[in-house]
Design a protein around this ligand. Structure first.
Ligand code: HEM
Length: 405
C-alpha cells in the first residue's frame, strides 16, 4: 500500500532476489489479467513453486492451459461438488465436535481440519494407512515453496519439499488404475474420468500433477479464509449472533448445496473477510515479450506482482476500508462493483480460481459447524497480526476463548 501511495500503480521493486514490476490498482490489474496479447505468462509462479507443483493448472499457459482447464471443469460441476460436500460435511462435523473449549488456537486446528477434509474430498478411501505419510509429504511441499534457501540442502525445507513431491507422485500414480476402473465421488475420480467431447482425457501424469497442485490450492486458502472470518466474528459479537441465528434457522448439518447457498449473511461475512485478508495477497506473472502497463515500459522476461490485497483496501473503491463492514457487499451497496478488480480474492481472467464456488461452500460448512456448536470471543483490545512471509497466517495462531452454546 505504501508503494502504491508513493509510486503509483506501476513501479519496480526487488524481492526474493529478483527485480519485479509491482502492478496494483484496478486499471493496472485489468491490463495484466485481461492479457489481450498473451503477454503475461504464469511463469512468474514457476520461480516460487515450480519444482513442487510443476504442470499444475495454474502453471500452464495459453492454449495448453485452456485445454486442461476445460477438462478440469468437469470435476467441478454441480453434481460433482454435491458429492465432495458430503465428505466435507462429515469430516467437518467430526472435527469441530471434538474441539476442546477454553483457550483455543483457531489457525493450527483449522489447518489440520482442512487437510483432513482435503484428504477425504480428494482421495476418499484411497488414503488408507498411508494417510499420515501423505499428509506430511503434502505439508513439506507447501512449506518448500516459501523456502529462503532455494536449492536442495540435506535437512532443508527445499529438500523436504522435493522428497514430499516424490512420495505424492508415487502414491497418486499407483492409485490411478483403480480410480480409472471405478467412479466415486472424490476429485481424484473426477479427474480420472474427465473427458472432452472428442474423447480426449487427462494422461496419468496429468492426473498426478493436477492432484498435487489442487491439494495445495484448496487447503491453505480455505484455512486462511475460515480463520479470518472466525477472527472478525470474535471481534464483532453482533455479527456472530446474527450469522448464528441464520445458521440455526438452516438446521443442523449436513447442509446440502442449496441450504449452504442460502446462508446470505454468512456469505457477506466471508466476502468481507476475504477482502480484509486476501488469502493469496499477490499474483505472479512474467512477460513473454516487452510491453507496457498504463504507459510504463516493461521489458520481456520481467516478473510481475499483482496486489489483490492492495486493491481490496483502496479508499477510492471502499468506504472506510480498514473497517469490518460486511453490509458493503449487500445488494443495496455493492461496493465491490466500484471496479471489476476492486474485490479479487479469487483472481480474475483466464486463471480465475476454478475452486471458487466449492471453496466458498467448504468455508460455509466449517463456519456453520462452529456457529451451531460454540460461541467464541477475543479480548476487545486484541488485534491479530498477519504474518505474510508466505500466505498470510496469524503469527500467534489466533487464540480465542471457545465456549459451548
Ligand atoms: C477460499 C478459498 C480460495 C481462494 C481465496 C483461492 C484463490 C485463488 C486465486 C487468487 C487464484 C488465481 C491465481 C492466479 O491468477 O495466478 C486461484 C487459482 C486456482 N485455484 Fe483457488 N482459491 C481458493 C480455493 C480453491 C479450491 C477449494 C480449489 C480446488 C478444489 C482451488 C483451485 C484452484 C486452481 C486449480 C487454480 C488455478 C486456476 C487456473 O490457473 O486456471 N482453489 N485460486
Amino acid at each position: 500500500m505504501k508503494r502504491y501511495e508513493t509510486y503509483g500503480p506501476v513501479s519496480w521493486m526487488k524481492a526474493f532476489g529478483v527485480n519485479i514490476v509491482a502492478a496494483a490498482g484496478g486499471d493496472a490489474t485489468q491490463v495484466v489479467l485481461t492479457n489481450k496479447d498473451k503477454t503475461f505468462s504464469q511463469q512468474g509462479w514457476t520461480y516460487f513453486i515450480g519444482p513442487f507443483f510443476r504442470r499444475g493448472l495454474m502453471l500452464l499457459d495459453f492454449e495448453e492451459h485452456m485445454f486442461h482447464r476445460r477438462l478440469m471443469q468437469q470435476a467441478f460441476t454441480r453434481p460433482r461438488i454435491t458429492g465432495y460436500l458430503e465428505h466435507v460435511a462429515s469430516v467437518a462435523a467430526e472435527g469441530v465436535k471434538a474441539w476442546e473449549t477454553g483457550t483455543f488456537h483457531v489457525y493450527p486446528r483449522m489447518k489440520q481440519l482442512t487437510l483432513d477434509i482435503a484428504g477425504a474430498v480428494f482421495m476418499a478411501s484411497a488414503l488408507g494407512n498411508e494417510k499420515d505419510a501423505l499428509n506430511k509429504a503434502f505439508v513439506a511441499t507447501v512449506r518448500a515453496g516459501t523456502s529462503m534457501i532455494r536449492f536442495a540442502v540435506p535437512g532443508g525445507r527445499w529438500n523436504a519439499g522435493l522428497q514430499g513431491r516424490k512420495l505424492l507422485e508415487d502414491f497418486f500414480r499407483r492409485n490411478v488404475p483403480a480410480k480409472r476402473a471405478s467412479d466415486s465421488n472424490d476429485l481424484f475420480s473426477g479427474l480420472c474420468h474427465a473427458q472432452a467431447e472428442d474423447g480426449e482425457a487427462f494422461s496419468d501424469d496429468d492426473v498426478v500433477n493436477h492432484m498435487i497442485f489442487l491439494m495445495m490450492a484448496a487447503h491453505d486458502t480455505s484455512t486462511i479464509t475460515t480463520t479470518a472470518a472466525a477472527y472478525y466474528l470474535g471481534k464483532h459479537p453482533e455479527w456472530q449472533d446474527r450469522v448464528r441465528a441464520e445458521c440455526a434457522a438452516a438446521g443442523p448439518g449436513p447442509l446440502d448445496i442449496d441450504a449452504l447457498e442460502g446462508l446470505r449473511d454468512l456469505e457477506l461475512v466471508i466476502k468481507e473477510s476475504l477482502r480484509l485478508v486476501a488469502p493469496v495477497p499477490s499474483l505472479a506473472r512474467k512477460t513473454v515479450r516487452e510491453t507496457e502497463i498504463l504507459g510504463h515500459y516493461v521489458p520481456a522476461n520481467t516478473m510481475i506482482a499483482l496486489g489483490p490485497w492492495v486493491n481490496q483496501m483502496l479508499p477510492e473503491y471502499w468506504s472506510n476500508p480498514a473497517h469490518f463492514d460486511p453490509e458493503r457487499f449487500s445488494e443495496e451497496r455493492r461496493e465491490d462493483k466500484a471496479h471489476r478488480y476492486a474485490w479479487m480474492p479469487f483472481g480474475g481472467g483466464a486463471h480465475k480460481c476454478i475452486g471458487m464456488h466449492f471453496g466458498m461452500l467448504e468455508v460455509k460448512t466449517l463456519l456453520h459447524e462452529m456457529l451451531t456448536r460454540y460461541k467464541w470471543s477475543v479480548p476487545q483490545d486484541y488485534k491479530v497480526r498477519w504474518d505474510s512471509t508466505a500466505l498470510p497466517a496469524p503469527s500467534d495462531g489466533l487464540p480465542v476463548s471457545l465456549q459451548p452454546l
